[in-house]
Design a binder for this molecule. Structure first.
Ligand SMILES: Cc1cc2nc3c(=O)[nH]c(=O)nc-3n(C[C@H](O)[C@H](O)[C@H](O)COP(=O)(O)OP(=O)(O)OC[C@H]3O[C@@H](n4cnc5c(N)ncnc54)[C@H](O)[C@@H]3O)c2cc1C
Length: 414
């Protein structure tokens, strides 16, 4: 009997699942449904396009022929509105119904709007799709003053777009530093200096209380909670993602700030799997539920989900140390694992542009941030994979060149 696999979402998670499904099950019916108007493209690279540093062509990953060659049905511009898990059917906005034997939820998230006055005004950009990038690039090329909100990994992309496009921008941040959940003042200071060098001014203990608009409804300023007014006709907001789970209402699929899955990417509902940004997954390396917003992790989750969908069994576990790099500055930047978790930490600054911070939980290394020198990353990832107890050996781990042989083995348990 032919198995019918339906994948909702053609981001890297959905697309990687489709590829693995076809490799493992040559006879299956495979359908990929996306509400975007284009097949998989490189979401990581759209910031380089918005900066004006890359043309459109290399950003596309799959042309429609890629699906044809693999006998995969690709439905573009199709929004899935509902799943009937008892009937094994999904419904689309056009009224079409697709039956599935196995369903993969790979619908990712949508940028969250600031809950303030005029937050949907013209000139306020959120950054997730290629279409967003096209609008950002066009506007940024002509804008002179900018406002960026959201002191995290996506906010800094919008700040870098301002820098590359010659926009004089203020970067409004809560607290006293960029990405304060993962960086100390020393580490963030390196980023602040680099932002300034790019024409972007960090503004601390700030944020947005409201946007002001002109007579045509276009944004012209942001007013922060201190009453300070910042002019800007280009505004970029990146305060987090709202996961695209509304179509799962009534399906019985457990959601808890994301779709809950085990280490096999299975949800609590039979024959429904999930992969990518949308998952709240069981991370076997840290023995806890976790979330990851990173390309490599989403790709691997898609492949693991597909293996288990084909096997109709718990064939493969998701075991992965995620990483996320920033390439906007003259020095490299990498976060790995879960740098915002932990009950203990260690950090050191090595030079004006070199810094390291390691996060530990229950004695294990769980994540970190490297600025300037990424050469030790594979050692840290190895320690995470080995789940070694190393939190009491910080001096060894903070050496510029880490010698893993210098780590003492933990005392034998009685
Ligand atoms: C500007 C930017 C820069 C980034 N830079 C990096 C980086 O440097 N390194 C890194 O590791 N990660 C980076 N990321 C994050 C990375 O791109 C994501 O983690 C990854 O793309 C997630 O893939 P996904 O397949 O889970 O979700 P997505 O790529 O979000 O795909 C989900 C798809 O599902 C579609 N969809 C949603 N709801 C429905 C529905 N109801 N019906 C039909 N279709 C639906 C969406 O339109 C979307 O196409 C960046 C992201 C952005 C936006």
């Amino acid at each position: 009997m032919t198995t019918s696999h339906v994948i909702v979402g053609d981001g890297i998670a959905g697309s990687s699942a489709a590829e693995t499904l076809r490799e493992r099950d040559p006879d299956a019916d495979i359908t990929v449904i996306t509400d975007e108007g284009e097949a998989l493209y490189n979401r990581i690279l759209i910031k380089e396009f918005a900066k004006g540093k890359l043309p459109e062509a290399p950003i596309s990953i799959h042309e429609p022929e890629w699906y044809d060659e693999r006998d995969i049905d690709l439905e573009l511009n199709t929004h899935v509105t509902r799943v009937d898990s008892d009937g094994h059917e999904i419904h689309t906005h056009t009224g079409d119904v697709y039956e599935y034997d196995k369903l993969l939820v790979a619908t990712g998230g949508t940028p969250t709007q600031l809950p303030v006055e005029n937050s949907d005004a013209d000139g306020i950009h959120h950054f997730w799709t290629f279409q967003d990038a096209r609008a950002i690039k066009e506007h940024a090329a002509e804008a002179e003053r900018g406002i960026i909100v959201g002191a995290g990994l996506l906010g800094i992309d919008l700040a870098a777009v301002c820098g590359a496009q010659g926009i004089d921008a203020n970067y409004l941040m809560r607290g006293n530093r960029w990405w304060r959940y993962a960086l100390s003042e020393d580490g963030a200071g390196i980023i602040h200096d680099a932002l300034e060098e790019n024409g972007v001014t960090p503004v601390f203990d700030s944020g947005v209380d409201r946007f002001e608009v002109d007579d045509s409804g276009a944004v012209e300023a942001a007013v922060d909670p201190n009453g300070e007014r910042y002019d800007g006709e280009f505004c970029g907001v990146a305060i987090g993602l709202t996961f695209n789970t509304e179509w799962l209402h009534g399906s019985g699929v457990e959601r808890d700030g994301g779709v809950v899955v085990d280490e096999y990417m299975q949800t609590n509902v039979e024959d429904i799997y999930a992969a990518g940004d949308i998952t709240k997954f069981q991370d076997v390396l840290i023995g806890a539920q976790a979330q990851n917003g990173a390309w490599g992790s989403a790709k691997e989750q898609g492949a693991v989900a597909a293996e288990n969908m084909v096997a109709d069994d718990e064939a493969e576990r998701f075991e992965w140390v995620s990483s996320y790099s920033i390439t906007h500055f003259e020095f490299p930047f990498l976060s790995f694992g879960h740098p915002t978790r932990g009950d203990d930490e260690a950090e050191r600054k090595y030079s004006d542009t070199e810094w390291r911070r390691l996060a530990f939980e229950d004695g294990q290394l769980v994540g970190g941030v490297l600025i300037g020198d990424l050469s030790q990353q594979s050692k840290f990832k190895q320690l995470i994979r080995e789940q070694r107890q190393v939190a009491d050996q910080k001096e060894v781990l903070l050496e510029e060149e880490v010698d893993l042989d210098m780590l003492e083995d933990p005392p034998e348990a009685n």
